[in-house]
Design a protein. Structure first.
Length: 350
């Protein structure tokens, strides 16, 4: 018999549909924040700006500065049937893997038109689980054209079946952190969505050290777990990088007593990957999958949103604070009607 921490069903919970945030709050920092004490399990309810007073003295915050590309494309087949594609990863110049929805039976070699014909792609190869290899017939970098015709790659639980240009522009702004720099993600590091330039400035004024890493959020982060024994799940690789100065500072912090607090689960994965590699490489690919009873080498605390049942993200957070303690916190959040998932409220685990 496997211990419960290794069973996928142990990470299930029933979430009322009306608690799934469909839109961001009016202001980025208007979210609520549930504080979970790792040692005692005690819960406290706060607003996000109170983060400034709750952080321990001498801590270091680590942010993921990846920038989301408008990777969602609406288009049609040569038959006129509508389809939707979510670009996942560039395999070669202008050749991308893409999750294609509502596509019917696409044929090999079929041409697909996106952005009212602005983009033409050829279906080169079917991979698995609705994922196709698409080759775009353009003479310029696809990322530049995406800025014209692409839509924010919102997760499927956010309903945008009919969206105006104004709403799409609003999502472009809000499904992006205010400190995003390095383009390449197809999903946002959502814990960072709560920060404003004013809060970042206040952190600096208080003397809180801030470091940045990059992990381009892709299929690895949001692909579902499809095995009952979570140890058998294989994460897809995602690209990460840090600059040399940050790498050296993180190496120093690994030997110090400074508390290191990750802003988001993707930052956790970069930090733990670097530690496991002995801080030898500034960039590479990681498929690190964290679940209980993982022993963290770098991370002491975490700011994170509320995650989907049975997701790799929920397992990662459980590894930090304990599965039962986390599910108890989620139950409390539901009773208090916190808003869940990407555009929702957040948790601070210290």
């Amino acid at each position: 018999m496997h211990q419960p921490d290794w069973l996928l069903d142990s990470y299930d919970f029933d979430l009322p549909e009306d608690l799934i945030a469909q839109h961001p709050p009016q202001r980025r920092d208007a979210s609520r924040m549930l504080l979970l004490d790792r040692a005692s399990g005690q819960l406290h309810h706060h607003s996000f700006p109170e983060l400034l007073t709750l952080l321990p003295e001498g801590c270091t915050l680590v942010f993921n500065n990846t920038r989301v590309i408008p990777a969602r494309l609406l288009g049609q087949r040569c038959t006129g049937a509508r389809l939707e594609a979510l670009l996942l990863e560039e395999q070669a110049p202008n050749i991308w893997s893409a999750l294609v929805r509502k596509s019917g039976r696409i044929k090999l070699g079929e041409e697909l038109a996106f952005g009212e014909g602005r983009l033409i792609a050829v279906a080169r190869e079917y991979l698995d689980n609705g994922i196709w290899l698409l080759q775009f017939a353009i003479g310029e970098p696809l990322t530049e054209v995406l800025e014209e015709v692409g839509l924010p790659p919102l997760p499927p639980y956010i309903d945008r079946r009919e969206v105006s240009s104004a709403e799409a522009q609003h999502d472009r702004e809000r499904y992006q952190t205010c400190y995003a720099k390095e383009s390449g993600a197809v999903a946002a590091p959502t814990a960072g969505l709560h920060f404003t330039p004013e809060i970042l400035a206040a952190l600096e004024q208080r003397g809180v050290e801030r470091l940045e890493v990059t992990l381009h959020v892709g299929r690895g982060t949001f692909a579902p777990v499809q095995v009952e024994d979570v140890r058998e799940h294989s994460m897809h690789f995602e690209a990460f990088s840090v600059n040399q100065e940050t790498l050296e500072r993180l190496k120093e912090l690994s030997h110090s007593r400074n508390r290191l607090i990750a802003i988001g689960t993707t930052s956790v994965r970069v930090l733990e990957t670097l530690a496991q590699q002995g801080f030898q490489e500034r960039s590479g690919w990681t498929n690190l999958f964290l679940y209980p009873p993982y022993r963290f080498q770098m991370v002491d605390g975490l700011l994170t949103n509320f995650h989907l049942p049975q997701s790799t993200l929920l397992l990662l957070v459980s590894a930090l604070c304990g599965r039962e303690r986390l599910l108890t916190a989620y139950a409390a959040a539901m009773r208090e009607r916190y808003r869940f998932f990407s555009y929702g409220d957040c948790m601070l685990i210290l």
